[in-house]
Design a protein around this ligand. Structure first.
Ligand SMILES: [Zn+2]
Length: 54
């Protein structure tokens, strides 16, 4: 799970899917921001967390 800086919560079953979800979200909602594959991986490494407690 990643909370995007825009406030949107993005979640997926694993980091691989999460990367796709985040990339799709950026294309749709942040078209002005280009996110490289490295930037995407870094974003996930830094901000992703497991939403196990609910
Ligand atoms: Zn966003």
């Amino acid at each position: 799970v990643i909370d995007c800086e825009c406030g949107e919560m993005l979640q997926a079953a694993n980091d691989e899917d999460l990367a796709k979800v985040v990339a799709a979200h950026f294309e749709r909602d942040h078209p002005g921001e280009s996110l490289s594959e490295d930037g995407l991986a870094e974003l996930i490494a830094r901000r992703a967390y497991d939403a196990t407690d609910s």
